[in-house]
Ligand binder design. Structure first.
Ligand code: SF4
Ligand code: SF4
Length: 256
């Protein structure tokens, strides 16, 4: 899947002030070309972030995949909603969309991914009306991380992962052996566990999910953003390599 959100510069309007290049903390722009804005790593742009676009003094930045109604505000904060980049600057209106991302390896046979998906859906059914009443609009995005490329694009560390406005709801990655994903890949694979009130769960409890989503969405708690250096974990490399090998072995790659 191609990256579906990144900035596009209107070079006819751009005055090459370099604001966007210096503002973005994610290395989307090529710093060596500053002050000219050259998008060199679109895959590092944070979905629904309008950080650089909100800073551009001439409204020269738009975003591929933007269906939010956001309008380039010429350096002033716009009236429309946007999800903040977790490392960027969030304005008053920016906190009004709660983007929940569910990233997983397999929803057809993996008990852990299927279980977490079902709990997440149930929790959102319960808390979304309350968030709407408080003026927050929830958006759920599910992504099957089906390749190393996608894992890198989403800076995926462990399956399943739940992020709220770019922040992982878990403070750290804890894993144990996952029979389902080991079976899928034909190799020993670990998947995520969730720690809550002194216990460890393979499927997050409803209370934990509701608590963490509300805390993160309403800004009561930051579990830290996942925007630092990223390296694909060996565990995931083994999963994708094993899955590819198993798929090609079982049918010569011709059965799809
Ligand atoms: S939208 Fe956010 S993450 Fe993307 S390039 Fe601009 S500041 Fe960086
Ligand atoms: S902030 Fe706007 S005008 Fe300045 S370099 Fe970036 S795109 Fe060009």
């Amino acid at each position: 899947m191609a990256k579906s959100w990144y900035p596009v510069i209107d070079y006819c309007s751009c005055i090459e002030c370099g604001t966007c290049v210096s503002f973005c903390p994610h290395g989307v722009y090529d710093k060596d070309k500053a002050p000219s804005p050259v998008v060199v790593s679109p895959e590092r742009c944070i979905d629904h972030c309008h950080g650089c676009g909100n800073k551009c003094p001439v409204g020269a930045i738009n975003y591929v995949g933007d269906d939010t109604g956001w309008i380039p505000p010429n350096g002033e904060k716009g009236e429309t909603e946007s999800v903040p980049c977790c490392c960027g600057e969030a304005g008053e209106n920016d906190a009004k969309v709660v983007l929940i991302q569910y990233l997983y390896l397999d929803l057809s046979t993996c008990d852990r991914c299927i279980g977490a998906d079902a709990v997440l859906e149930e929790v959102l059914l319960t808390i979304s009306p309350a968030l709407e009443t408080a003026g927050y609009h929830t958006k759920l995005e599910k992504v099957e991380i089906s390749s190393e490329e996608l894992a890198k694009e989403y800076r995926f560390l462990a399956s399943p992962t739940i992020r709220v406005n770019g922040q992982d709801i878990c403070e750290s990655v804890q894993e144990n052996a996952c029979g389902c994903c080991s079976e899928i890949s034909g190799t020993d694979v670990t998947c995520r566990t969730f720690a809550y009130k002194g216990q460890t769960y393979e499927v997050p409890p409803k209370a934990m999910l509701a608590e963490q989503i509300l805390k993160t969405a309403l800004g009561w708690e930051s579990s830290g953003c996942g925007c630092g250096d990223y390296a694909l974990p060996e565990n995931l490399k083994n999963f994708f390599a094993g899955k590819t090998a198993k798929d090609s072995y079982c049918c010569g790659g011709n059965c799809r």
